[in-house]
Design a binder for this molecule. Structure first.
Ligand code: ADP
Ligand code: ZN
Ligand code: ZN
Length: 764
């Protein structure tokens, strides 16, 4: 969209600034502009543009040689910008704020907590059309309809043109008019309509686009469209606890194994909140993968449910945003960025699968949606419910310290029983393509009983390496310190780190040998080998390669739900939200990569994925079994987790983190840098460290590194990092507040790409 003037068809005109300079001293507004600047820019607000609340309104301002759309975050009567340098706001785009005070506060807090550019934070919070200057109103739809005169017109009025007569008849048949876009399909030509218009028989008007056609009438239908389930004792307990504080801020951690009825608890709490005319915000990890959650909210309530997902176009996204802002949407469901959805009257915030790493944005503005959701609930004075079968250690820590209320659902709903978990020591077994004899035997038996098998392997593609048998050459990504993954479907080499692709060489480029062997296991390979190992069995594969093909996922889930015996092979995608009632055997092909990783969160991730994958099994009447293949059967994580469960493991893990002075006992921030020359980033971080050391005083803050990133080269850039560890959040932020301006002021900083990650989830 062109940046000159508001979008065509915009309902609210922009107020243009007068050219002459105003007589009274102008108000100074502080504007977040779309740029990496970590501060607000001051502009004068001509009196003609003042009036009403300006904070939260969009303005057009000059920025360098361009004109950009920014958002006013504040006003002031004092500015450091000399009067002759202070540029005026060119236009005000909103008579009333698009960002209500609560969202403005959230954005400001996030910009300061993550030490990130406010303009970029605002860009995350605003739908793209609003960023581009589109009017903050629903789209108007041009519609042709018959005038009253046209309706009563005698046949003689169109006697001379059969086409006109047909067009008029069509308009009369559609009382609400026919949208312009549909005219073609009805065989109506514009010329006929114009002719009818000249005779006063037809007119073109603009109507409000009615949102979410198909939604129930929000006012007249009863709230509930289906009867809630009778709550179990655990559910009733959890419900009572939240209901007792439904009007106040409190964090509730609802911990319950998969199938224990957490979603039912969300639904019943949502009913209470909706009944009081308030809105519910539900955050989920990956919406495309949890259609069942969306479906259950839609089925339960006769109220508009707005779903923010990646499939929306810009206009649909803006309309959804406006529906939430106006209060029309009773329930707003979305992934990470939905935490910034405006709500007219928030009543409850729910974060489902709160441990999921996808809530943390991994580039640019690295916010954590769960943490911001908690802040939002606090600002709004409403409860927030975090749900998970495997809560993050941070959340368990907060529950243990009493900061969060800890509610447990210990029983599986209905008659489903918990699956049995066993370790298989594969050191003593012959492995065929990663599958041990006992796992294969159990798989055959399960299929023979007419039940389903789920095999989990955390790598997609055919094999994670292609190696020359003669000289040991490996196919490495040209741009990363990483091996290419071999894919056979379709055939190519793929770097999972930078996305680059290459053809599969016929011969070794080093020695010319032709014996290139795939090493290691991926989902494709397991699927292929199962074809021989379990002849005749139906095989399905679920990973991001198959899920990307649009129609595949629903079709695949349908097959699994049909209940015929089959083997489902997949990555951690399997662990997310799906209910597989007919799966009674879960095989974890390789637990060891998680056990061996250097990342301090690797153990937590492995424990979560094991429990989550296990949770897919045995949900109906049939009991489930989980077999974990490992070469480290005595590893404390496995022993504790499998024998005593997630909570017991988590207690151990928290104790270990405490000893190692790792989060949640301490707070971390990671300064990352990357550059095209190999030592630039590292050298720059050395300088940052030197400057940072001077700020340390006698605080017990620790600087670790700098060191090359675990993957030192990625996407053609050399990467390094400096880790900051502080005893608590306050200490960390007091330090960063002083460090970041130093970095920004240093001209050397322009030689690298640097970023700051507060509360990093990944240390690479
Ligand atoms: P979770 O969200 O913890 O995985 P769900 O709320 O999806 O659990 O519940 C799992 C299954 O048990 C669903 O099919 C649900 O309909 C059923 N269920 C939940 N609560 C009850 C209840 N109180 N009585 C009977 N069935 C229930
Ligand atoms: Zn070779
Ligand atoms: Zn790469």
């Amino acid at each position: 969209m062109a940046s000159a003037g508001p979008a065509p068809g915009a309902r609210l005109p922009a107020f243009s600034a007068p050219r002459s300079s105003p007589a009274v001293p102008p108000i100074v507004v502080r504007v977040a502009v779309p740029s990496p600047l970590r501060r607000l820019l001051d502009y004068s607000l001509p009196p003609a543009l003042a009036g009403g609340e300006i904070r939260g309104c969009r303005v057009r301002v000059p920025f360098g040689a361009r004109e950009v759309v920014g958002v006013v975050l504040d006003t002031t009567d004092r500015t450091d910008v000399p009067a002759d340098k202070l540029k005026p706001v060119r236009a005000r785009l909103d008579p009333v704020p698009v960002l209500a005070p609560d969202l403005l506060a959230l954005c400001r807090w996030a910009a300061s907590y993550y030490h990130h550019a406010p303009g970029d934070v605002i860009a995350t919070a605003l739908p793209v059309l609003l960023r581009q200057g589109e009017a903050a109103g629903r789209r108007k739809l041009p519609v042709w309809r018959a005038t009253p005169g046209g309706r009563g017109a005698p046949a003689s009025a169109t006697a001379r043109s059969a086409k006109q007569a047909a067009a008029l008849a069509a308009l009369c048949a559609h009382e609400d008019g026919i949208p312009r876009a549909l005219l073609d399909g009805l065989g109506i030509e514009r010329a006929q309509l114009v002719a009818l218009q000249k005779k006063g028989l037809a007119e073109e008007i603009e109507v409000d686009v009615e949102p979410g056609a198909g939604d129930a009438d929000p006012v007249h239908a009863p709230l509930l469209a289906e009867v809630p389930l009778v709550a179990s004792a655990d559910q009733a307990n959890a419900l009572a606890a939240v209901r007792a504080q439904i009007d106040a801020f409190r964090v509730f951690l609802v911990e319950g194994v998969t199938g224990s009825g957490k979603t039912e608890v969300y639904l019943q709490l949502a009913a209470d909140v909706l009944a009081r005319g308030r809105q519910v915000l539900v955050l989920v990890p990956e919406i495309g993968l949890t259609p069942q959650t969306v479906e259950r909210f839609r089925r339960r309530f006769n109220r508009p449910v707005v779903v923010l997902h990646s499939g929306l176009n810009d206009r649909e996204r803006l309309d959804a945003w406006l529906d939430a802002a106006s209060g029309r949407a009773a329930i707003v469901l979305g992934t990470r960025s939905a935490v910034f959805t405006p709500l007219a009257s928030p009543g409850l915030v729910i974060v489902d699968e709160e441990h999921d790493a996808s809530f943390k944005q991994q580039d640019g503005f690295r916010y954590h949606a769960r943490d911001l959701a908690i802040l939002r609930a606090r600002n709004a004075g409403v409860p927030v419910v975090l749900g998970s079968a495997t809560p993050a250690l941070e959340s368990l820590h907060n529950a243990a310290s009493g900061k969060y209320a800890h509610l447990r659902l210990t029983q599986r709903a209905g008659s489903a029983v918990k699956p049995r978990m066993d370790v298989i020591d594969i050191r003593k077994q012959k492995l065929v393509e990663g599958l041990g004899e006992s796992l294969l035997r159990e798989a055959r038996a399960t299929l023979a009983r007419g039940e389903q098998v789920l095999l989990f392997i955390n790598r997609r593609g055919f094999a994670p390496a292609l190696v020359c048998h003669d000289c040991g050459w490996t196919a490495d990504c040209r741009r990363c310190d990483a091996r290419y993954t071999l894919h056979l479907d379709p055939r190519h080499l793929h770097c999972h780190h930078c996305g680059s692709e290459a053809g599969i060489p016929r011969a070794c480029p080093k020695c010319g040998g032709t014996d290139l062997v795939p090493v290691g296991l991926g989902t494709e390979r397991v699927e292929q080998s199962l074809g021989t190992l379990l002849p005749g069995a139906s095989l399905l594969r679920l990973d991001s390669d198959t899920a990307r093909r649009k129609a595949t996922l629903p079709r695949l889930l349908e097959q699994v739900h049909a209940g015929k015996p089959l083997v489902l092979v997949g990555t951690q995608m399997l662990a997310k939200g799906h209910h597989f009632p007919h799966v009674t055997l879960v095989g974890i092909l390789d637990a060891d990569s998680g056990l061996l990783s250097a990342d301090f969160r690797a153990g937590e991730r492995l424990a979560q994925v094991l429990v989550q994958v296990a949770g897919r099994a045995g949900r109906a009447e049939k009991p489930g079994q989980v077999l974990v293949q490992t070469r480290q059967p005595d590893h404390p994580l496995l022993v504790r987790l499998l024998k005593e469960g997630y909570d017991a493991w988590a207690r151990d893990a928290l104790a270990e983190r405490r000893m190692a002075e790792l989060p949640p006992w301490t707070r971390l921030a990671l300064v990352r840098a990357e550059a095209t020359r190999d030592t630039t980033a590292l050298d720059w971080l050395e300088n940052v460290k030197a400057a940072a050391s001077a700020l340390l005083d006698d605080s017990d803050l620790l600087l670790m590194g700098p060191a090359p990133a675990p993957m030192a080269r990625r996407g053609g850039r050399y990467r390094a990092q400096l880790l900051v560890q502080a005893g608590n959040s306050g200490e960390l932020h007091r330090f960063l507040e002083r460090l970041v301006p130093l970095i920004e002021a240093d001209p050397e900083s322009r030689r690298v790409r640097w970023s700051l990650d507060v509360d990093p989830v990944d240390l690479y």
